[in-house]
Design a protein around this ligand. Structure first.
Ligand SMILES: NC(=O)c1ccc[n+]([C@@H]2O[C@H](COP(=O)([O-])OP(=O)(O)OC[C@H]3O[C@@H](n4cnc5c(N)ncnc54)[C@H](OP(=O)(O)O)[C@@H]3O)[C@@H](O)[C@H]2O)c1
Length: 254
C-alpha cells in the first residue's frame, strides 16, 4: 500500500461519510486540505462504492490510504457492526491510524446496540492497527429524528424521565478532525454535549418551537436498559465540552 504523504496532503477514508456525523467529518477534513475518500454502499454517493458487510470494494477504497475515520454503523441496531469492523481491520492492516467513533457509556449500559459497539472497540484494541477511539454522547440530530417521528403520532408515548446530554454532530466532527492530526492515542477522553437534560426538557423545547407532538404520554419502560437511561449512564457531565445547546439547535434559523 502506497502512502500519499509526500505532498503533505493526507489521504484519508471516511466510512459512514454519507451519514450524519461522517458528512461533517468529510466537509471539515476537506476544508483543512486532506484528500478525503468516502465509502458508501450507494452508487454515486461517495467517492468509492463498497460494503463493509461483504467486503466488496473495500480494498480498492483503502488503496493508498493512511488513516481511516470509521463512522459507518448499521444503525439503529448495529447488527453487522462487528463484521464491518473486522472487514476494515483485515483489509487495512497497513493503516497508520484507525479512528473509531463510539458512544459514551457503552460499557455500563445493558443495551444491544451498545454491546455491539463495545465489541467493535475491543476488536480494534486487540488488533495490530494503531487506533484512537472517541466516544460521544447522543447527537442533537438523533433526538430531532425521534421527535419528528413522534410528532406524526396522534399521541406520543415518551420516557420523559430519561436523561440525555445531546451534542451537535458538527462539534463531534470537529473533535474527530482534530484527532486526525494527532498520533494514535487509544481511547481518548469522552465528549459530551453542554448540558445534561431530562427528556421532559428536551420535549418541551422541541414542542415550543414545532408544536408537536401535540399529546405526550410519559411512559416508564421496565428493565435494566430503561433504568440506565433514567440514571443517565449515557451521559458524561465531567466532559460537557460541547457548545451548542439543544435549545440553540432547535431554534436555529428561527
Ligand atoms: N447518532 C448518535 O447520536 C451517535 C452518538 C455517538 C456516537 N455515534 C456513532 O457515530 C457513528 C455515526 O453515526 P451516525 O448517526 O452519523 O450514523 P448514520 O447517519 O446512521 O450513518 C450510518 C453510515 O454508515 C454507513 N454504513 C452502514 N452500513 C454500511 C456498510 N455495510 N458498508 C459501508 N457503509 C455502511 C452508511 O453509508 P451508506 O448508507 O451510504 O452506505 C452511513 O453513511 C456511528 O458509529 C455511531 O454509533 C452516534
Amino acid at each position: 500500500m502506497r502512502v500519499a504523504s509526500v505532498t503533505g496532503v493526507r489521504r484519508i477514508l471516511v466510512t459512514g461519510g454519507s451519514g450524519v456525523l461522517g458528512s461533517h467529518v468529510v466537509r471539515l477534513a476537506r476544508e483543512r486540505g486532506d484528500d478525503v475518500r468516502v465509502l458508501s454502499r450507494q452508487p454515486g454517493v461517495g467517492t468509492h462504492r463498497g460494503d463493509l458487510s461483504t467486503g466488496g470494494g473495500v480494498a480498492d477504497a483503502l488503496d493508498g490510504v493512511e488513516l481511516v475515520v470509521h463512522a459507518a454503523s448499521d444503525t439503529p441496531q448495529g447488527r453487522t457492526d462487528l463484521r464491518q469492523t473486522r472487514t476494515l481491520l483485515d483489509a487495512g492492516q497497513r493503516l497508520r491510524h484507525l479512528l473509531y467513533v463510539s458512544i459514551v457509556g457503552i460499557d455500563v449500559m445493558p443495551y444491544g446496540y451498545y454491546g455491539r459497539k463495545l465489541a467493535c472497540e475491543q476488536l480494534i484494541a486487540a488488533g495490530a492497527v494503531p487506533y484512537t477511539i472517541q466516544r460521544a454522547t447522543q447527537f442533537h440530530e438523533l433526538l430531532e429524528r425521534g421527535l419528528r417521528a413522534a410528532g406524526r403520532l396522534p399521541l406520543a408515548p415518551l420516557p420523559l424521565a430519561w436523561q440525555v446530554q445531546p451534542i451537535a454532530a458538527a462539534e463531534v466532527a470537529q473533535r474527530i478532525v482534530a484527532l486526525i492530526g494527532e498520533a494514535p492515542a487509544g481511547r481518548v477522553v469522552d465528549l459530551g454535549g453542554p448540558e445534561v437534560l431530562t427528556a421532559t426538557r428536551v420535549v418541551d423545547v422541541w414542542r415550543a418551537r414545532h408544536g408537536r407532538p401535540r399529546t405526550v404520554v410519559n411512559v416508564h419502560p421496565p428493565g435494566r436498559t430503561a433504568r440506565a437511561f433514567r440514571r443517565g449512564l449515557n451521559t458524561t457531565p465531567q466532559h460537557a465540552d460541547g457548545v451548542q445547546t439543544w435549545e440553540q439547535f432547535v431554534r436555529r434559523g428561527a
